[in-house]
Ligand binder design. Structure first.
Ligand SMILES: [Zn+2]
Length: 502
């Protein structure tokens, strides 16, 4: 750090910079977020209607890169070989605070926002049935706020904003970490849609290895001379059956699931090609690696039994998510400062109608922030896991959805482009910007977070190494054909609906 980059001595006593300086920087940031509320909502809503699947977030990343450049950020596109990934930076020197978000949609998740029954924008099309469209809106909102705070209050530090493709397939961020994009970062924050304003600390997800096995056999007439054929589909089935038998002898913390992506064309042709896609999950990275080793043997066994050959491709791999208590406390202080959005009667009425239709208690939208809590480790995964083992990390959940809706179900796509989402995005952006300002102006937070991080690794005896094999390339073709089927049909919906904020 250059000497002139440090906060001035007047501001820095033993307790860090004066509360006044932090509060006035936050006020600047919050005002900038509010002033840009319409622009923030427009980002979130535009991405909702783009409804792009992982690795195919072409319009989405183009929009985000353009907006961030307009705000004044330096943007590097295509990082780690991800055509729809980017890194936007602002400021200089330390501390370096990273923010990362995903923005991919889900297959068959299409839904008209604000409508309390299934109404797809285009039949069968992808859609934001988890509201990932709102995550980058929050990041952009904070980008407005923190930039203005840095400029006006001469804050020292660098903000790095990562656009992270294909979260639903757990892909990009392990590659970013493997390729060194988080070296020199002091703290990292994730923002994600939810139905509350909250943060937790501790381990909250599972490690995962995503692997495709392709089996190759030999076609034959299945009626006349099946004995000359080798069925690739049989090999895929035997791998599946083998794994199901093994499950009894695996620890209860494992979760593994597969889909057969290709299994032959028609019954009278012995299939010469089959493809099965597996997710192997465990509580620890080591556990996931162990499952993968056993799966390899299973694939080889299936080939021995059938005479098929096979090829293995790792699509993605990630560590569990481990959130830092000190960072979570900083975020929580900002959650309490910002508070929940002020919902209108219309927002509450929509929430209650959605809950009623789903057979849930009609509690409406939450009006209180959630207290800081210890995480419970869940069976799901997120590719941000690797980040959390190289740098202290926390995740902000912001309230842009309705309590009770299930992510990945179309009903979770009702709220994310309505005034509920717009208010939640502004709230999330303020919490994110406020947290970044605290980390920039109060060095003790980062010192404490790093000490806790080091202690946690030492106590658990963990040395981080990527689960992702070193030469794995980004799966750039993922979802390409699927997205191509719907892109034109979705185009006519691109932000046709006017943005409503109130
Ligand atoms: Zn998500």
């Amino acid at each position: 750090m250059k000497k002139k980059d440090r906060p001035s001595a007047v501001d820095s006593g033993p307790c860090g910079p004066s509360v006044d300086r932090r509060m006035s920087a936050k006020n600047t940031a919050f005002r900038a977020v509010e002033r840009n509320g319409e622009a923030i909502a427009k980002v979130g809503d535009s991405i909702f209607y783009f409804a792009e699947l992982g690795m195919q977030e072409i319009e989405t990343s183009r929009l985000l890169v353009g907006v961030l450049r307009d705000i004044g950020y330096r943007v590097e596109e295509g990082i780690s070989g991800f055509p729809t990934g980017f890194l936007a930076s602002y400021g200089s020197g330390h501390p370096v605070i990273a923010v990362h978000v995903e923005y991919d949609a889900l297959p068959s998740g299409s839904q008209t926002p604000g409508v309390v029954e299934r109404r797809e924008l285009a039949p069968g099309a992808p859609g934001h049935a988890e509201g990932h469209n709102t995550n980058p809106a929050v990041m952009v909102g904070a980008a407005y706020g923190i930039k203005e705070a840095i400029d006006r209050h001469r804050l020292s530090g660098t903000v790095k904003l990562f656009g992270s493709p294909a979260e639903e397939q757990l892909v990009s961020r392990s590659f970013f970490v493997r390729d060194g994009h988080f070296e020199g970062v002091d703290a990292a924050l994730h923002v994600h849609i939810g139905d509350e304003l909250s943060v937790v600390h501790g381990i909250r997800s599972s490690a995962l290895i995503s692997v495709e096995y392709e089996f190759f056999g030999k076609t034959a007439h299945a009626g006349n001379n099946p004995w000359t054929g080798i069925s690739a589909a049989d090999a895929a089935k035997l791998m599946d059956i083998g794994w199901d038998v093994l499950r009894e002898h695996l620890p209860p913390t494992q979760r593994s699931h597969s889909v057969i992506k290709d299994g032959g064309v028609q019954p009278n042709v012995v299939p010469d090609y089959a493809r099965i896609w597996w997710y192997f999950r465990e509580a620890s990275a080591k556990g996931a690696a162990d499952l993968f080793r056993r799966a390899r043997k299973m694939a080889r066994g299936a080939c021995l039994m059938t005479g098929a050959t096979h090829r293995e491709t790792v699509v993605a791999a990630c560590w569990p998510n481990w959130d830092n208590r000190i960072l979570a406390e900083v975020v929580q202080a900002n959650i309490e400062l910002v508070g929940m959005p002020r919902w209108s009667e219309e927002d509450q009425a929509l929430a209650r109608r959605v809950q009623k239709a789903a057979g849930l208690r009609e509690t409406g939208l939450r009006t209180e922030v959630t207290p800081l809590m210890q995480a419970r480790q869940a069976g799901g995964s997120c590719d941000s896991g690797d980040i959390t083992y190289v740098v202290p990390h926390a995740r902000i959940i912001f309230p842009a959805n309705i309590a009770g809706t299930e992510a990945h179900h179309w009903s979770a796509g009702i709220a994310p482009a309505t005034p509920i989402a717009h208010k939640g995005e502004v709230t999330g952006a303020k919490v994110l910007a406020g947290s970044m300002i605290d980390l920039m102006l109060e060095p003790r937070h980062l010192v404490g977070a790093k000490a806790l991080f080091d202690k946690g690794l030492a106590e658990a005896g963990i040395t981080y190494a990527p689960l992702l094999p070193p030469k794995t390339k980004p799966p750039v073709k993922l979802n390409r054909e699927e997205m191509a089927k719907y892109r034109d049909r979705l185009k006519k919906h691109y932000l046709n609906a006017p943005i409503r904020f109130k």
